[in-house]
Design a protein around this ligand. Structure first.
Ligand SMILES: NC(=O)c1ccc[n+]([C@@H]2O[C@H](COP(=O)([O-])OP(=O)(O)OC[C@H]3O[C@@H](n4cnc5c(N)ncnc54)[C@H](O)[C@@H]3O)[C@@H](O)[C@H]2O)c1
Ligand SMILES: [Zn+2]
Ligand SMILES: [Zn+2]
Length: 388
């Protein structure tokens, strides 16, 4: 089959690889009908996540038709149309039983690697380095889905691939990030980052009762898209973010601040080079510029929600502000299966059609072009969906 493989920094290639096979009793093989590129894939593409190996199949946002099932997979059958959750979860461990699926303690065969870095390992993740299991991803014609009874949701009601594909990751991610904001009636939420996660988060914050959402980025078409969802916007190239947030909130600060940027944040002016240089010299893992700003901007007693991905050990996180202002920090890889049914219902009921973020549709064979375009934000690209 054809699959999009990581070949090194800023180098992906669609090549012929062996077809996946059933390895365990609750596996399913899915013929992929749609797959997307996530902002998290860019962290791999740009070489910031360790333990990638040449030839690793990328992709953790995918859906398709089940073509083969393992002998103990009873609740899915050949022919089912399913969306696949990006974290892999067994459904039986302490964390899965408590619906904390992205923390499953049975799905990462390389847990020892993650334990060295994090103390404890999170769940395995499709196409996301050997630290999270080295699982082949879904930017391919076929994929093996372990524990497919837990990790897939059946689509039975004639919804299109584009309407449901983002149940795999970014719609639940945006929703969990909005829940993590602990929104109360009347609240103002500020969101750093207007990528696909930020775009859906604007909608989710309103769904959960925010009175006002303020979205921050410097990419005009992304700010315009957030504005169309009802957000006030701040272009950080044109305005001082902290000053503007103070003005907009009567000097109190937003009730909740969300970092939907993650480890590749840009900073205006000379500050840009501070984290760039430290990151290049391996003196810090990530560029936590947006996170610092979110912590400092948040009102006293407020909540900082961090869906943005971080990889390791970072510098100058304002822990003094966190402590003295009594902030709550909530974060995590998303517990996707926990959100499958409620969010599918919202799509079915017409409350939201997450496909509004799709700007580009391309064949899988164009993956190298698609990655470059999404990474460089060319051609007003916000989200690419590829079809094998
Ligand atoms: N927690 C999870 O389970 C989960 C799931 C999916 C994605 N993510 C993470 O969420 C983050 C966003 O994903 P995405 O797909 O939207 O990515 P993206 O790269 O398309 O979007 C990031 C946006 O942040 C903007 N940005 C950069 N620096 C900024 C700054 N200083 N202030 C404000 N905006 C800034 C960029 O211009 C860009 O529009 C990534 O880190 C991704 O890895 C996490
Ligand atoms: Zn993702
Ligand atoms: Zn588990």
């Amino acid at each position: 089959m054809k699959a999009n493989c990581w070949m090194g920094k800023k180098n992906v290639q669609v090549v012929d690889v062996p077809d996946p096979q059933i390895l365990n009793k609750r596996d399913a093989i899915v013929r992929v009908t749609a797959t997307a590129i996530c902002g998290s894939d860019l962290h791999l593409y740009n070489g910031f996540i360790p333990t990638m190996e040449k030839g690793d199949i990328l992709g953790h946002e995918f859906m398709g038709e089940i073509v083969e099932v393992g002998p103990e997979l009873k609740t899915r059958k050949v022919g089912d149309k399913v969306v696949v959750a990006f974290p892999i979860s067994c459904g039986k461990c302490f964390f899965c039983k408590n619906e904390m699926f992205s923390l499953c303690e049975n799905s990462n065969p390389n847990a020892w690697m993650a334990e060295k870095l994090f103390g404890h390992s999170p769940a395995g993740i499709f196409g996301y380095s050997h630290l999270t299991g080295g699982f082949a991803g879904g930017q391919a014609e076929y994929a093996r889905v372990p524990f497919a009874d837990i990790g897939t949701v059946k689509i039975e009601n004639g919804l299109s691939d584009e309407q449901v594909l983002f149940l795999s990751d970014i719609f639940p991610t945006a929703y969990m990030a909005a829940e993590n904001c602990q929104i109360q009636p009347g609240d103002t939420v500020a969101i750093w980052g207007c990528g696909p996660v930020g775009q859906l988060a604007v909608r989710c914050c309103y769904m959960l009762g925010a009175e006002r959402v303020i979205a921050i980025d410097n990419v005009p078409e992304r700010l315009a898209m957030a504005h169309a969802s009802g957000a006030q916007t701040i272009n950080y190239d044109e305005e001082d973010v902290s000053d503007t947030l103070m003005q907009l909130t009567g000097s109190r600060g937003p009730d909740s601040c969300m970092d939907a940027v993650g480890l590749e944040a840009h900073a205006p002016g000379a500050l840009h080079y501070y984290d760039r240089i430290k990151q290049a010299l391996m003196l810090e893992s990530d560029r936590p510029y947006a996170l610092r700003q979110a912590i400092l901007a948040c009102r006293n007693g407020g909540t900082v929600s961090v869906p943005g991905v971080y990889g390791g050990y970072d510098d100058k996180i304002p822990i003094g502000a966190m402590m003295n202002k009594g902030l709550t920090i909530k974060t995590g890889q998303t517990h996707v299966p926990h959100y499958f049914q409620p969010l599918l219902k919202r799509v079915q009921d017409g409350e939201i059609d997450p496909s509004f973020i799709i700007t580009h549709r391309m064949p899988l064979t164009d993956a190298p072009k698609a990655f470059e375009m999404f990474n460089k934000k060319q051609d007003n690209c916000v989200k690419v969906v590829m079809t094998p």
